[in-house]
Design a binder for this molecule. Structure first.
Ligand code: ASP
Length: 580
């Protein structure tokens, strides 16, 4: 037997017992001959005492940190004054025998030590020994189990769908896998199981879920991974209300299982409201500062720049806050809105009942109106901008608002806010391709397909938690004629639609029920619960921002023979670090 107990288990009730523990040597201290070893495993840490006169002592002399050892000894209650309130802080184990199971070189860092993320990823198995990473991985497990528990209880079936498949247009680039048996052809790794889950509905499995690994070959942003996990869900014979209701319950249940209470009822904002009030379709409402419309108060302004904008139907918007402000800070904020094409930022502050602002002399009249209408009080700071395109103005101010929120309201950011954003536009104009693309995906059911393209709304919804898109979904088209019409709207010819989605169009003619679903980004879900804003901290073996696995070195070269079998010739001019 390699252990009778774990390192997180023993307390004073075990005093007097002879036990065997196994684990990693976390720390060793030598106090005048007596050695103290902190032994660590997944469950916790236990202090082991080795007296110079015990048989274990000579072995204890040889061990180093991160050795894997087995300790046999007696549990003794610690003297009152040396007790700690850690898991096993009431006891220590007096070693009678130590057995080295595995030696360890001095590691490049010790678990939990502050080192670069690159190093942590390269030696991930050491990093995963740290308390933070261990807790995160356990948290992930608990949330996954809670999710399964809820879905199972509500009659959902867990069904797997293929990894080697045909590309589905989720909007990102596909990872391709060359086929050896069909030389010259490629599989795509799924960006999501979207069409398969719809086919499962057409097959009659009216409630489906899957912890689906999804692959998207995107240029990575800090919070993205080329492969990530979605809790993918689909239901038949439901309307939007049914989905929102049960999914709200689902998310509440999963967070509750790890001690986080989300609101009893999630607010709902239409896409338009979210953009108008927060300048974002994933609003973080925890620090207030809603965007307000000040256009009316500026209608007869003397200020030339603003006047010009208003003359061509522009708007003035902004928000009220109470942060410290100065010319220097304002010009830093100005840079943010300028990135969106705005000319600049207007600001003023109420101090000693006076308006303080570099532009005070131009705008005094407007300030008075604002002060009255918005009941401005001492210390209030108003940040304003004017622009011709209202959407861009909203987005620019929304970005500024979020930056200020993160900088100044970190306390408020510790609370939880969950809501739905609904009523999304169905299409989005793609400048580059000069065509409309589906905002969610082209299988989403439009509400008013016969309207002009820019006015069509979708039965689509996103769940937002603390300013993050936790999940998103839609009702689906279940009629082949509507599906064809949508393909046409996004510029797919009949032949292309057939070629790419013939299987779906066929299925839609062979008995498709009304259905819809959602997918939640599981990595993000766990990251939020863990309090980390880095999703790599909740993934056991993540990749870096450039898509590299530091641990294994993937992606890597492959042998000539492997390439030949696949009928692939690498164009060397495109190849970095060529090796045979
Ligand atoms: N497949 C969609 C996505 O990955 C989610 C859904 O519509 O269910 O974003």
């Amino acid at each position: 037997m390699l252990r009778t107990h774990t390192c997180g288990e023993l307390n004073k009730k075990h005093a007097g017992m002879n036990v065997i523990l196994s684990g990693w040597v976390s720390r060793i201290r030598d106090l005048g001959g007596i050695k103290f070893i902190i032994l660590r495993d997944r469950y916790g840490e236990t202090q082991v005492v080795v007296n110079p006169d015990s048989d274990a002592y000579s072995t204890a002399q040889e061990i180093g940190r991160e050795f894997v050892i087995q300790v046999e000894g007696e549990v003794r209650e610690r003297p009152e004054e040396t007790k700690t309130n850690t898991l096993t802080g009431e006891i220590e184990v007096y070693a009678s025998k130590i057995n080295i199971l595995s030696t360890a070189e001095v590691p490049p860092f010790f678990p939990g030590e502050k080192v670069s993320e690159e190093l942590r990823l390269r030696y991930r198995y050491i990093d995963l020994r740290s308390k933070m990473m261990k807790d995160n991985i356990i948290l992930r497990h608990k949330m996954a189990q809670a999710a399964r528990e809820f879905l199972n209880k509500h009659g959902f079936l867990e069904i797997e769908t293929p990894f080697l498949t045909k590309s589905t247009p989720e909007g990102a680039r596909d990872f391709l896998v060359p086929s050896r048996l069909q030389k010259g052809k490629f599989y795509a790794l799924p960006q999501s199981p979207q069409l398969f889950k719809q086919l499962l509905m057409i097959s009659g499995f009216d409630k489906y879920y899957q912890f689906a690994r999804c692959f998207r070959d995107e240029d990575l942003r800090a919070d993205r991974q080329p492969e990530f996990t979605q809790i993918d869900i689909e239901m038949s014979f439901i309307d939007e209300e049914d989905i929102l209701k049960i999914m709200e319950e689902f998310i509440r249940f999963v967070y509750n299982s790890v001690g986080i209470n989300l609101p009893e009822k999630f607010d709902r904002l239409t896409y338009e409201e979210a953009m108008e009030k927060y300048g974002s379709d994933k609003p973080d409402r925890r620090f207030g500062m809603e965007l307000l419309d000040f256009t009316e108060e500026f209608i007869d302004t003397e200020f030339r720049v603003v006047k010009n904008i208003l003359e061509i139907n522009g708007s003035v918007k902004g928000f009220i806050t109470d942060i410290p402000i100065s010319r220097k800070i304002a010009s830093e904020y100005e840079e943010i809105v300028k990135k969106f094409g705005l000319g600049g930022l207007l600001w003023f502050k109420i101090e000693n009942d006076k308006v303080i602002s570099p532009t005070a002399k131009f705008l005094s009249n407007n300030y008075l109106k604002l002060k009255e209408k918005f009941k401005l009080k001492e210390g209030d700071v108003v940040l304003l901008a004017a622009y011709t395109n209202r959407n861009v103005l909203n987005e620019a101010l929304g970005t500024l608002r979020l930056k200020i929120g993160k900088e100044h309201f970190s306390e408020k950011m510790k609370s939880f806010d969950a809501l739905w954003v609904i009523d999304f536009p169905f299409l989005e104009w793609n400048e580059e391709e000069q065509r409309y693309v589906a905002r969610h995906h082209p299988f989403t059911l439009p509400k008013n397909l016969d309207d002009s393209p820019e006015n069509i709304k979708a039965y689509a919804y996103d769940m937002i938690l603390n300013g993050n898109e936790l999940g998103g979904g839609s009702l689906r088209i279940y009629n082949e004629k509507i599906q064809e019409k949508v393909f046409e709207l996004i510029g797919l010819s009949k032949t292309e639609a057939r070629e790419k989605f013939g299987f779906l169009l066929d299925a839609l003619q062979l008995g498709a029920p009304p259905h819809g679903g959602i997918a939640f980004g599981f990595d993000r879900m766990v990251a939020i619960a863990s309090g980390s804003d880095n999703i790599r901290d909740v993934i056991a073996f993540p990749k870096t921002a450039s898509g590299v696995c530091q641990l294994t070195g993937a992606p890597s070269d492959v042998s000539k023979m492997q390439l030949e079998e696949l009928g692939i010739i690498i164009n060397n001019s495109n190849r970095k670090n060529q090796k045979d």
